[in-house]
Ligand binder design. Structure first.
Ligand code: DC
Length: 213
């Protein structure tokens, strides 16, 4: 199943550097940048706001069914709005959201909703979309797949430098072991380990691997 516009899929674990790389690749190519982690984070923020225990999958499913999420494009990237409120970086990256997001993201109905939303974004035009299941589930037929990795030590220190103390190892464990759309290296993806290269070098490697022309 081909898409009307190219979509570059960038997957990888928490704090692997995939967001910075994806944003710069999108800027270089003039494509719209979509951070799907922020959609799961926005859902989690809304679920927590309605006082639902994120460990209770039934309660999460019920709460999520009533949440209205939109992804308008502003200055080349998608934002996430819940009931017309645009979520701030502070809200998306708060400690409670960091702790709960993998629990909310493993609920199948939440994933179905957000995957449908992500697929619909292709109507906008060419995309760089990053997440955990973009090359494996959301756009499995894209010929442009990247998997960004970095060592656990490097990822933990990057997360710390961003001022967050969340347990990325625990988040990775939940993301890799969940039944529904776990984090995997998608078939056909080019793996780029950026533990010991600069951001610019990583972007160059992605552009070279894509062979878009
Ligand atoms: O990319 P991120 O760390 O902001 O993502 C936050 C969480 O959202 C991550 O721990 C798992 C979930 N996620 C997902 O399950 N599928 C995606 N496509 C993107 C994120």
């Amino acid at each position: 199943m081909s898409t009307p516009h190219p979509v570059i899929t960038i997957d990888g674990p928490a704090a692997s550097g995939k967001s910075s790389i994806a944003r710069l690749v999108a800027q270089r190519l003039g494509y719209t940048y979509v951070n799907t982690g922020n959609m799961y984070r926005a859902m989690t923020w809304a679920v927590l706001k309605s006082d639902v225990d994120p460990n209770d999958a039934d309660a999460v499913r019920n709460a999520a069914a009533g949440i209205v999420l939109e992804s308008p494009v502003v200055e080349g990237k998608t934002q996430v709005c819940i009931a017309a409120h645009t979520l701030t970086d502070a809200e998306l990256n708060s400690d409670p959201v960091n702790r709960a997001v993998s629990l909310v993201a493993r609920v199948p109905e939440v994933r179905e909703r957000l995957v449908a939303e992500q697929r619909a974004l292709i109507a906008i035009g060419p995309l760089v979309m990053e997440g955990r299941d973009i090359g494996s589930v959301v756009f499995p037929h894209s010929p442009h797949k990247i998997y960004v990795d970095a060592s656990e030590e490097v990822r933990a220190s990057r997360r710390g430098a961003q001022g967050h103390a969340d347990q990325i190892a625990e988040r990775d464990r939940l993301d890799k072991q969940r039944k529904n759309s776990p984090l995997v290296i998608p078939d056909g993806a080019t793996v780029i380990d950026n533990s010991h290269i600069t951001l610019d070098q990583a972007v160059e490697q992605v552009i070279a691997a894509l062979r878009l022309q």
